[in-house]
Design a protein. Sequence first.
Length: 266
Amino acid sequence: MTWSCLAEAAQGVLCTADPRAKVAESQAIARAWQSGGLGAIGSAHPPVRPSRPARPRLRPAKAMPRRRKGIGRANRIALLHALAHIELNAIDLAWDLIARFTGQGFPQAFYDDWVRVAADEARHFALLSARLGDFGSAYGALPAHDGLWEAACRTAHDPLARLAVVPLVLEARGLDVTPGMIARMQRAGDARSAEILGVIYRDEIGHVAAGQRWFVELCARRGLAPQPTYQSLVRAHFPGALKAPFNSEARAAAGLMPSYYEALAR
Ligand SMILES: [Fe+2]
Ligand SMILES: [Fe+2]
């Protein structure tokens, strides 16, 4: 594969429907970018919605059956499938951030960070879909909900709003809930699934940290105070309150302090 610039390469991933191809392309682009073989950042016209496979069937979030908390095989498959769907969205969210917000004077380090995140998300999706395969299942075998891209649409106008809602609300929420999921897998004696979730958990602390770093940097450039700006952007672009309890330890490891998010909890 050859690309004329990073933004166009990112757009190419967004326009790829097949998850396996999305993963392979993400990893190839990351390698090319990291070895300096991709040239400039350039610019692109990312689609409003990324291309997706025919399966899973996407349902409105409210029409999804409630995920039960049991540790039986079917519940674990359902959990792994839901997480694979989140990671597939995360691949597209990282490339959308790159393709959409060019020409805004960000340094190369901004793009370096999100290329690394995109490659991580591709690896996370691949780990989860391989694990579904171990169970005789596959990504696409169950329905999935269609709410995840809404956050991207609501924040397509402004990188500061995107950073507030995607890494600093949605990915931070992942830090809150993943330790409980790891414990459930361990209780089920499913060491491999627990191990995969452990890898994802550690990487996601880095994603929230990158979000926080660039959020603060962008606020400084605009002469805004980060904490009240975060709160007003989340109130404006994220429906509902944030869900406690928070994993304040993991959030703090990513540089996200309680003074940012506690006021937004129900
Ligand atoms: Fe991930
Ligand atoms: Fe992530």
